[in-house]
Design a binder for this molecule. Structure first.
Ligand code: NAP
Length: 297
């Protein structure tokens, strides 16, 4: 069996089209323009390119978008005051602080300072807790993107054996939390593996849906995958340069071998990656609607 590809690029395009329509409707019918601020501290090249991509997408969707660049030397107090300013700004519905922050700033303190109603990254403990009890307003972007990929590819999660490799706060734990909820697009039986797991292959071989977020090339090889499994590869690993001088990327799964065993698989790049920014946009539209008391359609 050769797996069919799940194209995150295509699914992200569809969702962005829907978001553009919804943004136009909010403007016309309610005079509401979703507003997103991205705060960048310093000039880390990777962070700069992430923030630029987020700004570009939010502008394409017609958002009120603000990019706030701050020097590497900004004090923690000044950054917290800046966040407070945006917490109070009625034109801003979503606040994103690009991580990592310089060492002299306490990241946790900064993330906790964002008003949970404007926490479109879904990292504030209030939103983490709401996800845990099945009451989430905002799902964290990468796991939300994974769930959408499954739903929109027609993958049945209800009753499925799901194995997640990785337990980070931004991918592994939240995707496990999302998929165990007694909700549509979830209701799965979820096992989470990590470096403390004995015999990981014992678990991964049982998975009907295998989600890999380890940050290690070839963490999952073909012998670890069940015939016909759906494989979602979250990993982004830089493994040298292309002849054009671009970073060469690979996921955490031995793609060439695993695609001969899986039924569906996400490529890297072009799989989970394009979904993350799209889900940030979806959360911002949701935040604008919540702030204006507009029900979800
Ligand atoms: P992370 O914080 O480094 O966490 C990695 C997790 O994988 C940890 O829980 C670790 O276990 C576990 N792990 C590592 N090697 C393992 C192995 N050989 N066997 C079993 N478990 C193993 O990484 P992350 O932030 O979750 O990101 C994971 C990958 O996804 C990275 O490549 C990252 O670049 C990518 N990513 C992509 C997107 C996107 O938009 N496409 C977004 C976020 C992340 P321990 O807890 O025991 O250490």
């Amino acid at each position: 069996m050769t797996a069919k590809l799940i194209s995150g690029t295509e699914v992200a395009r569809q969702i962005r089209e829907e978001l553009k329509e919804e943004t136009d409707r909010l403007k016309e019918k309610f005079n509401v323009t979703p507003g997103l601020v991205t705060i960048l501290v310093g000039q880390n090249p990777a962070s700069m390119s992430y923030v630029t991509a987020k700004q570009k997408t939010s502008k394409e969707l017609g958002f009120h978008s603000v990019q706030d660049n701050q020097p590497e030397t900004i004090s923690e107090g000044d950054l917290l005051a800046l966040i407070e300013k945006y917490n109070r700004d009625p034109q801003i519905h979503g606040i994103l602080v690009q991580l990592p922050l310089p060492k002299h700033i306490n990241e946790t303190k900064v993330l906790y300072a964002i008003d949970p109603k404007k926490d479109v990254d879904g990292f504030h403990p209030v939103n983490v807790g709401k996800l845990m009890i099945g009451e989430a307003d905002y799902l964290p972007c990468t796991p939300a993107g994974i769930q959408q990929l499954l739903i929109r590819s027609g993958v049945k999660t209800d009753g499925a054996e799901v194995v997640v490799v990785g337990r980070s706060n931004i991918v592994g734990k939240p995707i496990a939390n999302i998929l165990i909820q007694k909700q549509k697009g979830a209701n799965a039986t979820v096992t989470v593996c990590h470096t403390g797991t004995k015999e990981m292959a014992f678990h991964t071989r049982r998975a009907e849906i295998l989600i890999v977020a380890a940050g290690k090339p070839n963490a999952v090889t073909a012998d670890m995958v069940k015939e016909g499994a759906v494989v979602i590869d979250v990993g982004v690993n830089r493994i040298g340069m292309t002849p054009e001088g671009k970073a060469k990327l690979c996921g955490d799964v031995d793609f060439e071998a695993v695609k001969e065993k899986a039924s569906l698989i996400t490529p890297v790049p072009g799989g989970v990656g394009p979904m993350t920014i799209t889900m940030l946009m979806l959360n911002t539209v949701k935040a604008a609607k919540l702030a204006a008391g507009i029900p979800a359609v």
